[in-house]
Design a protein around this ligand. Structure first.
Ligand code: GCU
Length: 320
């Protein structure tokens, strides 16, 4: 067997290794299985994606490093972790930069989304599609977070992301970066008192067994991003690139439906289990984090990017 940059060619089958850190019941994992099936179908078995879930090949950060050197061919990363590899991606991690789920989907499904996906090429990674990861909100062990002041004195787990650290600091909490796979134990042992995530991730990781308060302040809409190493991409012929691009696009469309179902299912199940789900007033949170948007707009490109996002009409029909 000949191994070339994150993919192997066995007889005439091109195999791409895809590692990620989510549970196999997560809609994003299911979308990746769908992607692999589509590639198999389109290529008539001549191209294959092998998926390694659950962080068995490393944390999101480690996987991105492996991708850059071509040790794996594909990975899925949260945009929050991705921002230190692809700086423009930081824009989607800004709190309250999107007004609603529709606004977020229109921005990512349009030209700005495309621009962000390809901005990684100079860093050896090419974005293939965005997967929906809904909105992120705080969950905590001992009391609900109803206003920023409730975060004071709390150690809050954040992703390995400068934006997430800055956001929690501005809100008054003490930000502690911890890999996703280590968080259950960290919460249980009191290394941190709170964290933030979307409903399916909170539910599927069973963090809700330890954190009984979930406050839907929806501070960010941080998407998941499917990436291919440019070492792998450049090694594909035009036909293979087409199969992979089409399959990625189709998997993203498919995942959106799965996401809606899993978000509702997760919330219902946690409420049924007795988790206190709260709907705090977002106003005070928005006020506290506003300086992040001003600080982000420190170049002409970034300033324009924020203006372009703001100008996207969330009620328009143009979405892919
Ligand atoms: C979400 C996201 C994951 C990420 C996780 C985290 O669940 O989908 O990609 O790893 O958040 O908080 O680390």
């Amino acid at each position: 067997m000949l191994t070339i940059a994150g993919c192997a060619v066995k007889s005439d089958v091109k195999v791409i290794k895809l590692g990620h850190a989510l549970d196999v019941n997560h809609s994003v994992h299911k979308a990746m299985v769908f992607l692999a099936e589509k590639v198999d179908e389109k290529s008539n078995g001549k191209m294959r994606i092998d998926i390694y879930p659950n962080g068995q090949l490393g944390s999101e950060r480690e996987l991105l490093e492996l991708l850059q050197i071509g040790s794996i061919g594909m990975t899925k990363a949260s945009a929050a972790v991705l921002e230190s590899f692809m700086p423009s991606m930081a824009v989607v991690n800004l709190p309250y930069v999107f007004h609603s789920k529709d606004h977020y989907r229109k921005v990512l499904g349009g030209e700005i989304g495309q621009e962000l996906l390809t901005s990684g090429e100079e860093f050896w990674m090419r974005g293939m599609c965005f997967y929906d990861a809904g909105s992120r909100s705080f969950y905590s062990k001992d009391k609900p977070i109803m206003k920023p002041e409730d975060l004071q004195g709390l150690k809050v787990r954040v992703q390995s992301s400068a934006s997430a650290i800055q956001m929690v600091r501005l809100l008054g909490g003490s930000a502690t970066p911890i890999p996703f796979g280590e968080l259950y134990t960290a919460l249980q042992q009191g290394v941190v008192d709170a964290a933030e995530n979307n409903p399916p991730s909170l539910y599927l990781t069973r963090h809700y067994e330890v954190c009984r308060y979930y406050s839907l302040n929806e501070h960010t809409f941080v998407p998941d991003v499917m990436l291919v190493s440019t070492h792998t991409w450049d090694d594909l012929n035009d036909e293979q690139k087409k199969w992979l691009s089409e399959a990625s696009f189709e998997s993203a469309v498919h995942q959106r439906t799965l996401w809606e179902e899993s978000e509702k299912e997760a919330l219902d199940a946690m409420i049924a289990d007795g988790v206190h789900v709260e709907y705090p007033d977002k106003g005070p949170f928005i006020e506290k984090v506003r300086p992040m948007l001003d600080a982000f707009a420190n170049t002409e490109y970034r300033k324009k990017l924020l203006e372009r996002i703001e100008a996207v009409d969330e009620s328009s029909q143009t979405e892919n």
